[in-house]
Design a protein around this ligand. Structure first.
Ligand SMILES: Cc1cc2nc3c(=O)[nH]c(=O)nc-3n(C[C@H](O)[C@H](O)[C@H](O)COP(=O)(O)OP(=O)(O)OC[C@H]3O[C@@H](n4cnc5c(N)ncnc54)[C@H](O)[C@@H]3O)c2cc1C
Length: 670
């Protein structure tokens, strides 16, 4: 919502008719419906209150703040040992598309679109504008009922059996911890790249794990690795299966039995140390459970990737993940103090954890970004924070993306960064407008009025304007200071204040948008996001170059219509930003469309590297980008990485093959 409030110079200045009125023109705008909220939610002040309730109900809770915890030093007496996160039947995950089973976009007979279920703020609302806008940006007048039926599940290749290994694992883990089910094996053989998701629906995967095992204790993991070494079996650690780098795709030339080690039963928070603000968490714990469980005791990890509903702590470490609130809490490498890793050459473990150490070359750091190639992360000790006393959303409109970026730069220079700041370009802003339920009556009038205000009176061009969502977390004073800075700087860059509701809905829209890719695939549209990080000075040029290159490549292949190439800035650093691109095109009549998409994606990555961007900010390398490694690493650097692999895993038990610098044909002719 766009609120004409006291905080914003631009809207306050001299337009009395609107004073005090709340108007609805912004990202993900929805009628307020208190009952219609995400079931897992961001931890709020209420969680702090609930921690007190939990305590009075006889469960462990944080110690009384009045007793100095330092008096008990040396005994860790006040460690909390939470129970297991409760499993909810309603939270079942889809195997062949992103997300929870109860949620999926579907086309209605009248051409509107609806997100099923009631899990998200967007769920259940009819969205009449999404498909018309999609036709406009893709330049194709497709019919809403012209779908491409999925043939999921595809044929699953037969397993390469290893009876002796299976016998040993059966004795070790028991029957309930082993699966040979083809659909289960299939799911463990891919992540969520467009190519993989297209393959399981319209083609097939030629190699998937032959067996899936579910260790329940850390010693199971050690025993599995030991057995794999002796039986010459290939192990693949599996977290939430959400990676977007083909990190779980099995190498076609792997002759050995491939065993996926699903970490989902190693999902406990082993302890919370409320004095030293640390927690020890098993690697298979899923983000949303970590959030809700820590919140019960008044804490947060603060790591919130867009995939937080399904990705795991072990996966975050193995992929060098980054969350939306990194400005306040840090990226995963800043949050993790220690890791316990089981490798073929023994466990990587330390006796104690310290706030910071100088201990020479630290093997624990090799594990970040190792993408399942060195061993299995079984647990980690992480920093935790008290739940913020204040959590507030906000949103701003800018006349252009350039103005928005200049605002972000000044915000960074002034050191006033809220926990999360995201800037979307005009295409994504327009798309967010289409993800609004139909307005009727008074709200329709209001929407029109505000649109008139923004475009006619304030002179914002609807084809150029950009939007920014913000999330403040901290003490009352911290948030107040940040808000004041944001408003002052925003004013200087010509922003309009769009208000708290718009900010909240824009932030939460992230979780619903994740469902769009699989929906689009049903109607001959292939789309995917890719990210990079780039110094401030190159950011705008990089965005322009990638957009132009995609248009050229699309035209060169004579693909239907025109491509959608849209970008947003999601993370801010002193030295630069993280930029996400969305690339999509219509493909009916195009042969081997997923391969065409892969070519376009490689061209985009090539352009990113030429424009001074990184190979990846947080998604990682996997197999998707491994061919680019020689462009960013010297031969000596690549040899160092290979030497570490040889030292830790001499027989390549962890043979998933990610980051093989000579692998794949990702090099694009320059
Ligand atoms: C819709 C969507 C949104 C996303 N948003 C973000 C985002 O905001 N930020 C971000 O950083 N990423 C994001 N990602 C990418 C993905 O969620 C991350 O890469 C995530 O860290 C992967 O975790 P996972 O548990 O799903 O790992 P998986 O996909 O299961 O595995 C990824 C790799 O890590 C290895 N691995 C997994 N667990 C372990 C373990 N315990 N020990 C050793 N190796 C292991 C696997 O072998 C594999 O090589 C997003 C993906 C999607 C589809």
């Amino acid at each position: 919502m766009l609120t004409v409030s006291h905080g914003c110079h631009n809207l306050n200045s001299g337009f009395r008719l609107f004073a005090g009125m709340t108007v609805g023109f912004f990202i993900g705008l929805l009628p307020h419906s208190p009952g219609n909220v995400r079931r897992f939610r961001l931890a709020t002040r209420t969680d702090l209150d609930r921690a007190v309730d939990v305590k009075s109900a006889g469960q462990p809770a944080a110690p009384e703040p009045t007793a100095s915890p330092l008096a008990q030093a040396g005994h860790n007496r006040d460690r909390i040992v939470p129970g297991r996160a409760p499993a909810r039947a309603a939270d079942e995950e889809s195997a062949h598309v992103w997300g929870f089973r109860d949620s999926a976009f579907q086309v209605l007979p009248n051409g509107s679109v609806r997100l099923t279920g009631s899990r998200y703020p967007l769920s259940g609302h009819e969205l009449p504008d999404l498909l018309p806008w999609t036709r406009k940006v893709l330049g194709v007048d497709f019919a809403h009922d012209d779908g491409q039926a999925s043939s999921y599940p595809p044929d699953v290749p037969p397993p390469r059996e290893h009876p002796a290994f299976l016998r040993e694992v059966r004795a070790l883990l028991g029957e309930r911890s082993i699966s040979t089910d083809p659909i289960v094996r299939l799911r463990h053989g891919h992540g969520h790249t467009l190519e993989e998701m297209y393959a399981i629906k319209h083609e097939r995967l030629r190699r998937v794990p032959d067996l899936v095992v579910y260790p329940e204790e850390e010693q199971d993991v050690s025993a599995l690795v030991d057995a794999a070494v002796r039986h010459d079996v290939c192990l693949v650690p599996y977290g939430g299966g959400t990676n977007v780098t083909e990190a779980l795709r099995c190498p076609l030339d792997e002759e050995r039995t491939i065993v996926a080690v699903d970490m989902s039963r190693l999902d406990r928070i082993l302890w919370i140390d409320p004095t030293n603000l640390m927690a020890c968490i098993q690697a298979g714990a899923v983000g949303r459970h970590i959030q809700t469980q820590l919140a019960e005791y008044g804490f947060t990890l603060g790591h919130e990737p867009d995939s937080v509903e399904f990705s795991t702590l072990g996966g975050w470490v193995a992929t060098y993940a980054s969350g939306m609130k990194k400005n306040r809490y840090g990226n995963i490498e800043e949050l993790v103090l220690d890791v316990h890793v089981v490798t073929p050459r023994g466990a990587l473990t330390r006796a104690a954890v310290a706030p910071r150490e100088s201990v020479g070359v630290d093997p624990r750091r090799w594990v970040f970004g190792s993408e399942g190639t060195l061993g299995i992360v079984s647990r980690a000790i992480v920093k935790i924070y008290s739940l913020p006393a204040v959590q507030r959303y906000d949103a701003l409109l800018f006349p252009t993306f350039e103005a928005g970026l200049a605002f972000l730069y000044e915000l960074m220079r002034q050191g006033a960064l809220p926990a999360s700041v995201r800037l979307v370009d005009n295409d994504q802003f327009q798309m967010s407008q289409t993800l609004r339920p139909q307005a009727r009556g008074w709200s329709l009038l209001r929407r029109r009025a505000e649109k008139l205000y923004v475009t006619r009176l304030r002179g914002f061009d609807p084809e150029r304007m950009a939007a920014c969502t913000l999330l403040y977390e901290g003490t009352r004073a911290e948030v107040a200071a940040q808000e004041a800075s944001v408003r002052r700087i925003a004013r200087r860059h010509g922003a309009l204040h769009a208000g708290e509701d718009a900010g909240r809905r824009g932030y939460w829209l992230t979780f619903s948008i994740a469902y769009l890719r699989d929906f689009a695939m049903n109607i001959y549209i292939l789309g995917e996001s890719l990210e990079t990080s780039v110094p401030w000075s190159e950011a705008l040029a990089l965005c322009t170059n990638v957009k132009r290159r995609m248009a050229d490549e699309h035209a060169a292949r004579v693909l239907p219509g025109k491509p959608l190439v849209s970008c947003r800035v999601t993370q801010i650093y002193q030295t630069g930003v993280c930029i996400y691109f969305y690339i999509a095109f219509y493909h009916k009549g195009v042969e081997r469309p997923a391969q065409v998409f892969a070519e376009l994606e490689r061209c985009a990555r090539d352009e990113i590297l030429r424009s001074g961007g990184s190979l990846s900010h947080h998604h990682g390398v996997g197999k998707l980008r491994q061919g680019f490694l020689p462009r960013i690493m010297s031969p000596a650097a690549l040899e160092w990485a290979a030497s570490v692999k040889r030292a830790v895993d001499p027989t390549n038990v962890f043979g998933i093959g990610n980051q093989a610098a000579d692998g794949g044909a990702a090099e694009v002719a320059s």
